[in-house]
Write a protein that binds this ligand. Structure first.
Ligand SMILES: NC(=O)c1ccc[n+]([C@@H]2O[C@H](COP(=O)([O-])OP(=O)(O)OC[C@H]3O[C@@H](n4cnc5c(N)ncnc54)[C@H](OP(=O)(O)O)[C@@H]3O)[C@@H](O)[C@H]2O)c1
Length: 376
C-alpha cells in the first residue's frame, strides 16, 4: 500500500487498484480517479482490457493481480461473477489481503459473503452494484450520474460504500445481504427481458412488412417506459396507486377481449409460418400478467378479466390456471405462475434452441472463458 503511486499526503484520498480492467473496472476506476482518488495500478491481460486501461486510465501501471492488491488501499474487483470467489480465496491463500484495505466488488448477485476469505484477513468488505449497463467506454461515465448503486456492507462500513457511490455521481441504495439475489433477479428481469421484448416486437413488425421496426418502436416504447417508471417514483401524485401499471394502455386495460383473441390468432399464424413460437408465448404470458394486474388495479372487472383470459387460451396448469380470473387476482401470483407453468418459458430458461427455434447461446451472461483462471 505504500508503493510509489499511492496518494501522497492528500487527506481522504485512497490509492485505487483495479483487478479486471473490463467494462466496469475501467469506467469505475476512471470515475474514482476523476473524484480525486488516484488509480495506482490495474491488471489487464487481454488486448481489449489493455486498450480500455490505456484509454480510460492513461498512465496507470498495468501489473499482475498480486501487485495490484499490494499497491492499493481500495481494491476494485471487477471480474466476471464466477471468477470472484476463486480470486478472493486465492489471494487469501497467498496472504495478499491487508488489514484495513477496502475491498469492493461489483457483482449484482453477491453481497459481501463472497469476500469472507479476505475479511478474515482484516479487509473492509463492500459490495457495490451499479444498476447500469456498461460499454467500457467514456460514454459510460456520464451514465453514472444519478445511477442507482446497490450497497451491501456490514452496518459500520455502509457509509464508506455510500460515500464512494456519491463521489462517482451515483445514488446509493442499501440492499441487505439476503436480498441481493432477488434484487439482481428484478434488475435482470426488467433490463434483460426488455431487450427480448423489443426483439420479439421488432420481429413481428418486420413480418408485418414494416421495413424499419426500430423507428416505429422507439418513440412508442420510449413513451411507455417513461410513463411506467415515472409512476414508480415516490413523489408522483397518488403514490399508493397501481404504480407502473397506471401507464398501461391497450386492449387488456380496455377489456377488449376480441382484439386480444385476434392478436393470439395473428401471432399463432406467425409462429406456424416462421417457427418463432416465443413471440406468441411471450405475448400470452405477459398479457395474463397484465390481466391479473389490471384486475387488481380495478381497471377491469371480474367478467372482463375472464373474457381476456379466455381469449388468451391455453391456460397454464396450477393454482392460477383454474379458468377463472381469481387465480390472477393478485397480479403478482399470476405473473409468477404464468411464467413458469405454461411450458413456454422453458426455451428461454434452458438456453437451448427451443425457446425461439433459433437461438443457441447462453443468454450472454455465462462465465467468461477465463473465469476462475487463478490469476491471484
Ligand atoms: N457489464 C455490465 O454492464 C455490468 C453492470 C453492472 C455490474 N457488472 C458486474 O461487474 C463485474 C465485471 O463485469 P464486466 O462486464 O466489466 O466484465 P468484463 O468486461 O468481462 O471484464 C472482466 C475483467 O475481468 C478480468 N478477469 C477475468 N477473469 C479474471 C481472473 N480470474 N482474475 C483477474 N481478472 C480476471 C478480465 O481480464 P482480461 O480481459 O484481461 O482477461 C476483464 O478485464 C461483474 O461482476 C459484473 O456482474 C457488470
Amino acid at each position: 500500500m505504500s508503493e510509489a503511486g499511492a496518494p501522497a499526503g492528500r487527506p481522504g484520498r485512497l490509492g485505487v487498484g483495479v483487478v479486471g480492467t473490463g467494462r466496469v473496472g475501467a469506467v469505475l476506476g476512471s470515475a474514482l480517479r476523476a473524484a480525486g482518488h488516484p488509480v495506482v495500478a490495474v491488471s489487464a491481460v487481454s488486448e481489449a482490457s489493455r486498450e480500455r486501461a490505456a484509454s480510460l486510465l492513461p498512465g496507470v501501471p498495468v501489473v499482475d493481480v498480486p501487485e495490484v492488491v499490494r499497491r492499493a488501499e481500495l481494491v476494485l474487483l471487477t471480474v466476471p461473477d464466477d471468477a470472484l470467489a476463486p480470486l478472493v480465496a486465492g489471494a487469501a491463500e497467498l496472504g495478499l489481503w491487508q488489514p484495513g484495505q477496502i475491498l469492493v466488488h461489483t457483482a449484482g448477485r453477491f453481497g459481501v459473503g463472497v469476500l469472507d476469505p479476505a475479511r478474515a484477513a482484516g479487509v473492509i468488505p463492500v459490495a457495490l452494484h451499479p444498476a447500469m449497463t456498461f460499454t467500457g467506454t467514456s460514454l459510460d461515465l456520464s451514465r453514472l450520474v444519478g445511477c442507482g448503486f446497490a450497497v451491501t456492507a456490514p452496518a459500520a462500513v455502509l457509509p464508506i460504500g455510500q460515500a464512494l457511490v456519491v463521489e462517482v455521481g451515483g445514488e446509493p441504495v442499501v440492499v441487505a445481504e439476503e436480498d441481493r439475489a432477488l434484487y439482481h433477479a428484478a434488475l435482470a428481469h426488467g433490463a434483460n427481458h426488455l431487450v427480448v421484448l423489443v426483439a420479439q416486437a421488432a420481429e413481428a413488425l418486420a413480418a408485418a412488412g414494416v421495413a424499419e421496426p426500430g423507428r416505429v418502436l422507439g418513440p412508442l416504447l420510449g413513451a411507455a417506459l417513461d410513463g411506467a417508471v415515472r409512476n414508480e417514483l415516490p413523489d408522483r401524485p397518488g403514490h399508493r396507486g397501481p404504480g407502473a401499471l397506471a401507464a398501461l394502455t391497450g386492449p387488456v386495460r380496455r377489456g377488449d377481449a376480441g382484439t386480444v383473441a385476434e392478436h393470439v390468432a395473428a401471432l399463432s399464424g406467425h409462429a406456424a409460418r416462421t417457427g418463432a413460437v416465443d413471440v406468441l408465448a411471450g405475448y400470452r404470458t405477459l398479457a395474463r400478467s397484465a390481466t391479473g394486474r389490471a384486475l387488481a388495479a380495478g381497471f377491469v372487472d371480474d367478467a372482463a378479466a375472464q373474457r381476456l383470459l379466455d381469449a388468451l387460451g391455453d391456460a397454464p396448469p396450477g393454482p392460477a390456471a383454474d379458468g377463472t380470473a381469481d387465480g390472477a387476482a393478485d397480479g403478482t401470483a399470476d405473473g409468477t405462475a404464468d411464467g413458469t407453468a405454461d411450458g413456454t418459458a422453458d426455451g428461454a430458461a434452458d438456453g437451448t434452441a427451443d425457446g425461439t427455434g433459433r437461438v443457441d447461446d447462453d443468454g450472454g451472461d455465462g462465465p467468461a472463458p477465463d473465469a476462475g483462471g487463478g490469476r491471484a
